[in-house]
Design a protein around this ligand. Sequence first.
Ligand code: HEM
Ligand SMILES: [Ca+2]
Ligand SMILES: [Ca+2]
Length: 312
Amino acid sequence: NPWYGGGGLFPQFYDHSCPKAKEIVQSIVAQAVARETRMAASLVRLHFHDCFVKGCDASVLLDNSTTIVSEKDSNPNKNSIRGFEVVDQIKAALEATCPGTVSCADILALAARDSTILVGGPYWDVPLGRRDSLGASIQGSNNGIPAPNNTLPTIITKFKRLGLNVVDVVALSGGHTIGLSRCTSFRQRLYNQSGNGLADNTLDVSYAAQLRQGCPRSGGDNNLFPLDVVTSTKFDNYYFKNILAGRGLLSSDEVLLTKSAETAALVKAYADDVHLFFQHFAQSMVNMGNIMPLTGSKGEIRKNCRRLNNFH
Ligand code: HEM
Ligand SMILES: [Ca+2]
Ligand SMILES: [Ca+2]
C-alpha cells in the first residue's frame, strides 16, 4: 500500500485532526533557520539521534527527572546535540492549535525534512503517526549511535540492527554536507590516527595542517569546524566530493571510501550525481523515520516534549 510506510505511518495522519500541523512546523523551522543556518543541521541530527535509540519516539527530548535518565547526557549527545528550544516552540504552537494531537516524535521527523529543504536539499513526504515514548535510554544512546572513530563494519552493524542497509549508511552520512563538528570528534586523525604519532595518511596534507591550526593536541575540544569544508551551509553533494579529495572531516566519513568497495562505489556515484544522492537521501530518511515507531495506543502524545505527561 503506497500510503503506508514500513511502520504503519502515513503522511496524511493529521489531515483531519490537525490540518495546519505541517505548516506550523514549517514556519517555525523557517524562522529558526533564518536566525541561524546551523539549526537546519542540528534538527536533522536530532531526528537521527532519536531514531537510533528505541526508535523514533522522541526519547531524546526527555530531560532528567526522578524517573528519567536523559539521553542528552550520553557520549554522542553531551555538549553536542542541539535544537531543543526550537522543538519546544513548535510544540507550544501545536498545543495552542490542536491540543494533545501532534507527537514530539513527528515534530522531529517533520523538522528534519523542512530543515533539509530550507538549505537546498530534497523534499520527501514524511510518514506520520508516531507516538512519544514513556522512557529514555542513555545506555542505548551510548551504544546505538555510531561514534566517529568506529570502524566501518561497526557502523554498518549499528545501521543493520535497525533494519537499515549499506545504501542507507552512505546516503545518510551525506547529512554531513551541512553542520559543524567539535575538534574532539576528529582530533585523533590529526595527531595519532594509528597509535604511531602520525596523522591519518588519508587526510589531504594541507587540509590536515589547516585543521591542526584550530584543533591543537590538547585544549580547544569544543572548537567548531565545518563537516563539509566547501559548502557547510548548503545541502549538496560536496561532502562526497570532499571525501574523494582527502577532505572528509571525520574518520567515519573517510572510511566510506577506503574500507569497502561497495560504500566507495556509492561515494563516487553521489559525488558524480547530486540527483541520485538527493533521491537516496530522501528514501533513506523515510527508512530511518520508520524505525520502531510507537503507534495505536502505545506511548502517549506529550504536552511538553521534555517530560512525560505523568511526571513527578
Ligand atoms: C554514519 C555514522 C555517523 C557518525 C559516526 C556521525 C558522527 C557525527 C559527529 C561526531 C558529529 C559532530 C558532533 C560534535 O562534534 O559535536 C556529527 C554531526 C552531524 N551529524 Fe553525524 N554521524 C553519523 C551519521 C549521521 C546521520 C545518519 C545524520 C543524518 C542523516 C547525521 C547528521 C549530522 C549533522 C547534520 C551534524 C551537524 C550537526 C550540527 O551542526 O549541529 N550524521 N555527526
Ligand atoms: Ca528514540
Ligand atoms: Ca554542503
